[in-house]
Design a protein around this ligand. Structure first.
Ligand SMILES: Cc1cc2nc3c(=O)[nH]c(=O)nc-3n(C[C@H](O)[C@H](O)[C@H](O)COP(=O)(O)OP(=O)(O)OC[C@H]3O[C@@H](n4cnc5c(N)ncnc54)[C@H](O)[C@@H]3O)c2cc1C
Length: 361
């Protein structure tokens, strides 16, 4: 069997990359092992244009936000599911200092920061002591519907193998040849021009890309059933309360750089219980507790492009905490690079690590 590209992984990165390449008429094989808790499956799906205690707009957000809106709408149309909705964040200030910080930043970031139209009305559902701000526009992605819907399409198309990609079965061409002379890469009985790794934190051990400055980051969330809370917004008071499936809400998250395992922790569950007891006026029930690693990195910029020494080997990874906005945009840049030799943003292009990646080759 011959395909144009093999893509390893069907999280947000592999889904968008395979969607772009199939749309362009290319033959693609996606190989994904089915894991219950991957970064994409555990993510709340929020695209928030401002970040951190300093409340500053995030890298490239003025470009990423409209791009994401269009990409999720179009992918949703292709699979017949609505994937993106605008859900602004109502940000209850947890301390007087945070209230002040918001007031100071609001005139500077007025494109994204304002005050809720009816703060008094929020008192029906929530306890809060220091007022609230609003982050607007924010978007919510239904990542599960996306992954499942796109998976179905790939199966229909004969483009998905659900198994672990085994590097021992990969034969790569001689790296001293120029990209134009390269013979095909083969994996089992399949030959392909390129293999592109969208394998999240599993890729951190890849012999091709393991020298990149990755950093794993653990995140936990608790799933809570709450009847009667308006699903019009995302709410935040230290932690975020995000509409999940049906009458469920996602509460999270942690950002841990130093952790022993990927299990849900008692400490986080207790933190959520304490917060909810104070914050929510409606009855609620905790129904699940989930955790996964984010494929983050030291620079907070994604890894996109082709290996300087093994030009058949590509990567789309390192999305960190922002996969919902970064993956659609950089999957598009990578596919344009593949199809039309278009430039990849140098801050994301993996060629910035040419020296490091050339070591030992
Ligand atoms: C708790 C938590 C909350 C988050 N919330 C948000 C949020 O609200 N907004 C946001 O923008 N981002 C959020 N993120 C970050 C976001 O989830 C990630 O940036 C994004 O999902 C990364 O997608 P990915 O496709 O690159 O990687 P992954 O989702 O990890 O996908 C990798 C895929 O590759 C497969 N795979 C790996 N190795 C192999 C192999 N050898 N063979 C076959 N398949 C393989 C895996 O099974 C998986 O399906 C959150 C993350 C966490 C953990």
């Amino acid at each position: 069997m011959e395909v144009d590209y093999i893509i390893v992984g069907q999280g947000l990165s592999g889904s968008f990359l395979s969607w772009n390449l199939l749309k362009a008429g290319k033959k693609v094989l996606v190989i994904n092992d089915v894991q219950p808790y991957t970064a994409s499956k555990v993510a709340s799906g929020v695209i928030n244009p401002v970040t951190g205690r300093r409340i500053v707009s995030t890298w490239m957000i003025d470009i990423l936000l409209p791009f994401a809106l269009e990409a999720y709408t179009n992918l949703g149309n292709d699979i017949g599911i609505e994937l993106i909705s605008q859900k602004n964040i109502i940000d209850f200030h947890p301390t007087p200092q945070m209230k002040l910080a918001f007031a100071e930043r609001q005139p500077v970031e007025e494109k994204y920061l304002r005050y809720p139209a009816n703060e008094q009305g929020l008192k029906e559902y929530f306890n809060f002591n220091f007022g609230a701000g609003e982050i607007n526009p924010c978007y919510l992605i239904d990542v599960h519907l996306l992954l499942n819907g796109w998976r179905e399409k790939l199966i229909e198309n004969g483009s998905l193998w659900e198994e672990t990609f085994d590097l021992n079965q990969l034969t790569t061409p001689n790296s001293s040849l120029t990209p134009y002379d390269l013979p095909l890469t083969t994996y089992k009985n399949v030959s392909a021009q390129k293999v592109i790794f969208c394998d999240g934190t599993k890729g951190f051990d890849s012999p091709f890309f393991n020298l990149l400055p990755y950093a794993k980051n653990k995140g936990e969330a608790v799933i809570v059933e709450i009847d009667g809370l308006p699903r019009t917004n995302i709410f935040k008071q230290g932690l975020s309360l995000v509409p999940w499936k049906e009458n469920l809400w996602w509460v999270g998250s942690t950002y841990e750089w130093d952790f022993k395992d990927l299990l849900p922790s008692t400490a986080f569950r207790q933190k959520v219980e304490e917060l909810l007891k104070f914050w929510i006026k409606l009855p609620y029930k905790i129904v699940d507790h989930i955790a996964a690693e984010r494929p983050a990195n030291m620079e907070r910029r994604p890894f996109v492009g082709f290996h300087p020494v093994h030009p058949n080997m590509g990567i789309l990874n390192g999305m960190g905490t922002k996969g919902c906005s970064l993956a659609p945009y950089f999957a598009h840049q990578l596919s344009e690079n593949i199809l039309n030799n278009a430039l990849i943003n140098p801050l994301a292009d993996v060629k910035r690590f040419t020296k490091i990646l050339s070591r030992g080759n």
